[in-house]
Ligand binder design. Sequence first.
Ligand SMILES: C[S@@+](CC[C@H](N)C(=O)[O-])C[C@H]1O[C@@H](n2cnc3c(N)ncnc32)[C@H](O)[C@@H]1O
Length: 238
Amino acid sequence: MRVFQLPQRRQLKQTTQALSPSTSLYSMWDAVARFAKEIRASEFMSDMISRRDAYGSEGVMGALDCATLYALTRWLRPEVLVESGGFIGMSSAFILKALADEKLAASKLYSIELSEDCEQGVLIPEALRSSGGFVPMRGRIEHFLEGNQLPQPIDIFLHDSSHSYQHMLWEFRQFWPRLRDGGLLVSHDIQMNAAFPEFVTKTYAHEKKTGRRDMQRTSHYEWGRWGYIGFAIKRQTD
Ligand SMILES: C[S@@+](CC[C@H](N)C(=O)[O-])C[C@H]1O[C@@H](n2cnc3c(N)ncnc32)[C@H](O)[C@@H]1O
């Protein structure tokens, strides 16, 4: 039996209205740690590391962060995911593996990659790549947004494209409103600059008198970081 309180997607849909603003998602850390531990010890992890090392590991997500990404995906059980910076598919492979392990056959990962030169998704094992869940999109994320070519609402948005301060903040601001209530904003490489903590800070509101968090005006349920991954769970405030 699972130990966490909230998010299985279907569960969240039913319970969001009834959630007290102070509902704690603290126990999600247990679940995420457990899923991460499981995948780190798995054959899938060693196989992916061998593939990555054989292909060249420059610019791809590291093992610890892949495990966190896998765990967050399993925890939330998303239907619609968008990632920026799909590249050769290390992050995509762990997302698709999480969807497969949760038996989410209808879920889709829209994976956006700008470069025409890279073999997009080449690291993803064939069974996962051809499962129907992987939707590679070649081009600049800015253009897909301008052309309204991305699904909405989104359950998980993963940022892993350009890690300039401006671009990271821009993606967070663009995708936060597109996330459903309870959806996850996930960012890789948050240590590169202050964009992620700055963004999260803007989602906080405090009561003047007590200095405690004012949940009615705070637009996240929980946020955290692990390794180079940061995440925030969106809370709809309108
Ligand atoms: C750090 S790599 C992604 C690694 C990948 N997530 C993995 O784990 O294998 C960043 C990628 O983002 C792509 N990129 C940079 N700016 C982009 C943009 N504006 N739109 C789409 N992709 C972009 C780059 O071409 C590069 O391949």
